[in-house]
Design a binder for this molecule. Structure first.
Ligand SMILES: Nc1ncnc2c1ncn2[C@@H]1O[C@H](COP(=O)(O)OP(=O)(O)OP(=O)(O)O)[C@@H](O)[C@H]1O
Length: 444
């Protein structure tokens, strides 16, 4: 029988959890404080430690550090409140196996414990459990900038856990690539990774898309359909643009995540599913929650761990690496042998703001590869695709003459098809400044 040391100062909660775990076949010893826990560990051995983060004489991280400094490699799981995610990340850096946010349900806790015990029996070294030695997904460029290092560290930390991850970032920053990398780092990596663009699903058919339907459930349901949940069973479901889900669909999704069961439309049979959720958004979901557009409970369920994607302009050291990689891809796809970039081209890349992030860099390089006859991609070629943008790069200089400024604004508006937000981005100025300039120059 596997033994668990449960460290929790809330006595009634501790007893409740103890009884539940014992019913599920574990031997549980309860302890109220860090000091007492350390004394107990010295004389008795356990298969794992399950500890609250906040304890009367310290916190779970102190306990974790002492356990590790005593050379003990047993898995430690921490229980946290929703607001303590950053502390939990810190805990994982210190070698915690996982953390679980309170309030949690019974299945969640059994899953987390089973995972920890499974991994510890496979490996005696904590580092091996936490930081997967497996590579990232094929074609995943890691980058060298500080932001990339932090990003990759988070992917490696959270990957092997079962936690839901919310990836926040602008369009084209690589959210889906990161979601796949997290999946690759998990024990689910030989199971499906299913990506769903929530923004593209009309709300009327969302439940059938997610949960499937049976033949005849509604007009047009000519056959049984397997929904995304079943397709991703035992694997990872990636919900892109999750902020676009209608309120009603949010309720359905939350229910499925809480109960871990789904019911296809038109069926009365419930089906158990085991899914890890990774969601992505390019909008401010917290604000959507405040405005009542996104459910608070769903937000917390999705956001057990969050990752903020850096914009390409915040990871400029990575530009040459990504550029080389996208060139290699473009050469393969277009059957070309372009050798590289001239120093001037690279200088333009380095100065440009990249509002469309990695996707824009990839597209620009593909077009430039197509247009380059041989040798190296010249900066002159970029003029046709980046002309406005290139001027924008030098906007500090160009804005010294009013005429030039007006021209730049006109070009940016054409390029952005009159979308003021995008035009402002292209010009590297705020929307408010753009509006002021439009007024000043009488531009419609
Ligand atoms: N780390 C990476 N290594 C290699 N290619 C990458 C990486 N990150 C992103 N890309 C490439 O950049 C492009 C945009 O990436 P991705 O689709 O993941 O971004 P996104 O943030 O999900 O975009 P959107 O919000 O518009 O859906 C893709 O072509 C992808 O292959």
């Amino acid at each position: 029988m596997k033994s668990i040391l449960l460290v929790e100062d809330d006595i009634s909660f501790s007893q409740l959890l103890q009884r539940f775990l014992e019913r599920n076949g574990y031997k549980v010893t309860t302890i109220l404080s860090v000091k007492e826990a350390l004394r107990t560990i010295e004389v008795e051995s356990f298969h794992m430690v399950f500890s609250d983060l906040r304890l009367p004489d310290g916190d779970g991280i102190d306990l974790l550090k002492s356990i590790r400094s005593n050379g003990l490699e047993i898995p430690v799981i921490l229980m946290t409140g929703y607001a303590e995610v950053s502390t939990a990340v810190e805990a994982m850096k210190q070698g915690a196996f996982d953390y679980i946010s309170k309030p949690f349900n019974q299945e969640e806790v059994l899953d987390v414990i089973a995972n920890a015990l499974k991994s510890s029996s496979k490996s005696s070294s904590k580092t091996e459990v936490n930081i997967s030695k497996k590579g990232f997904n094929q074609g995943y460029v890691k980058g060298v900038s500080k932001s990339s290092q932090t990003l990759n560290e988070y992917v490696q930390l959270v990957g092997p856990t079962n936690m839901s991850v919310l990836i926040i970032g602008e369009s084209g920053t690589g959210k889906e690539m990161v979601a796949k990398a997290i999946h690759e780092q998990s024990s689910r990596n030989n199971k499906p990774f299913v990506a769903v663009d929530c923004g593209a699903i009309p709300k009327e058919i969302a439940s059938s898309e997610f949960f499937g339907h049976v033949k005849g459930a509604f007009t047009g349901a000519i056959d049984d359909k397997k929904g995304h949940f079943l397709s991703a069973n035992e694997g990872t479901l990636f919900l892109d643009e999750v902020g676009n889900l209608s309120y009603e669909n949010q309720i359905q999704l939350l229910r499925a995540l809480q109960e871990r069961k789904i019911k296809p439309v038109g069926s009365s049979k419930e089906i158990s599913v085991d899914i890890r959720i990774i969601a992505a958004t390019n909008e401010n979901l917290e604000k959507a929650v405040d405005n009542g557009d996104f459910r608070n409970d769903l937000y917390h369920r999705l956001n057990e761990f969050s990752i903020k994607m850096p914009q390409l302009s915040e990871r400029r050291e990575d530009i040459p690496i990504f550029a080389e990689y996208f060139l290699e891809l473009a050469n393969k796809q277009l059957d070309k042998q372009v050798l590289g970039f001239t120093p001037e081209t690279m200088a333009v890349f380095q100065k440009y703001n990249w509002p469309g992030n990695l996707r824009e860099l990839s597209n620009v390089i593909k077009r430039a590869t197509l247009l380059t006859q041989g040798g190296y991609i010249q900066s002159a070629i970029l003029q046709t695709m980046l002309s406005v943008k290139e001027n924008v790069v030098d906007s500090e200089i160009n804005f010294s003459t009013k005429h030039h400024e007006k021209e730049l604004i006109r070009k940016a508006l054409i390029e952005a098809e009159n979308n003021k937000t995008l035009a402002a981005k292209l010009l590297n100025i705020t929307r408010k400044t753009l509006y002021n300039k439009l007024k000043e120059y009488n531009i419609e």
